[in-house]
Design a protein around this ligand. Structure first.
Ligand code: PAF
Length: 286
């Protein structure tokens, strides 16, 4: 069953998704998938725009995946804005919206988990136990359900992107994973569905995260001691008003192993808390 919303068709079960994909395949159409958890913003729309350039047909999925939230995390509060999301996707000329519910994705007797080992460890993996197992499992399912040629993800969740690249390579899933630069507000704050948790006063503090990790990246490129510079930045973030710094680290961009020497492609990644919000961000070391 499918519900047409202006030009956008919405399907909610795997059979309907597969029938649509099969018809596109029969017509030699290429397909790009943009997996999301909804509460769409300009960052998601940038992924959609890229997907439209990459492929003939674009599928966006919206599923707030319970398996990637810890017991004390914000699953219940996570913003859900179905009507607004549908309108944005229709305006963006998306072909198909796939919106399964939890019973479709995790039916009775579901008992399989995808676990990507090394790159899921440390950083967010250390602070959100099981998070990347939930992400890897749902992304593997979405890729196998939609069988796209391309799947597009934002670099804001950089560790997630590396986990997904590893997953696809290890399981020989025939899809090109495409990462897109983070979309930011004019003040540098990375767009995130969770920014709705920020109060007006916290919104003045939040952009300091991007400024600080950018300064760390520049200083590391100029030869600063990596560990000392990250520790100094953690202090500066606390002084700026963040409640806690979960981590600020420089890592090899491909393997996510801690950066010990200069000269490899590197990334500075950080996670902080500010009021009800947990913010993550990362930048490339120039
Ligand atoms: O980045 C997200 O929105 C989610 O982690 C994803 C990739 C859609 C999996 O639920």
């Amino acid at each position: 069953m499918s519900e047409p919303v202006s030009s956008l068709t919405v399907v909610r079960d795997v059979g309907s998704l597969r029938r649509r994909v099969k018809a596109w395949r029969a017509a030699n159409r290429s397909i790009a998938l943009v997996p999301t958890m909804g509460a769409l913003h300009a960052g998601h729309l940038a992924l959609v725009e890229r997907a439209k350039v990459l492929a003939d047909e674009v599928v966006v999925s919206i599923f707030v995946n319970p398996a990637q939230f810890g017991p004390d995390e914000d699953l219940a509060a996570y913003p859900r804005r179905e009507a607004e999301d549908w309108a944005l996707l229709a305006a963006a000329d998306v072909d198909l919206l796939y919106m399964p519910d939890a019973a479709v994705m995790y039916p009775d007797q579901f008992q399989t988990e995808v676990h990507v080992t090394q790159v899921s460890q440390g950083l967010c993996g250390a602070h959100r136990p099981g998070h990347f197992d939930g992400v890897a499992t749902i992304v593997a399912k979405l890729l196998l359900q939609a069988l796209p040629d391309f799947a597009v993800f934002g670099e804001k969740d950089f560790q997630q992107l590396v986990v997904i690249q590893r997953l696809v390579a290890d399981l020989d899933i025939p899809v090109d994973i495409v990462g897109l630069p983070t979309v930011r507000e004019a003040n540098g704050l990375a767009l995130s569905s969770r920014n709705v948790y920020l109060s007006d006063s916290e919104r003045t503090i939040a952009p300091v995260l991007y400024r600080e990790i950018s300064a760390v990246a520049t200083d590391i490129a100029s030869g600063s001691d990596i560990v000392a510079r990250c520790a100094e930045a953690a202090e500066a973030l606390l002084k700026a008003g963040f409640d806690a710094v979960e981590y600020i680290e420089a890592r090899d961009a491909a393997t996510l192993t801690p950066l010990v020497t200069h000269g490899v492609s590197a990334r500075v990644l950080a996670a902080v808390t500010l009021g009800k919000a947990r913010l993550i961000d990362n930048v490339a070391v120039p």
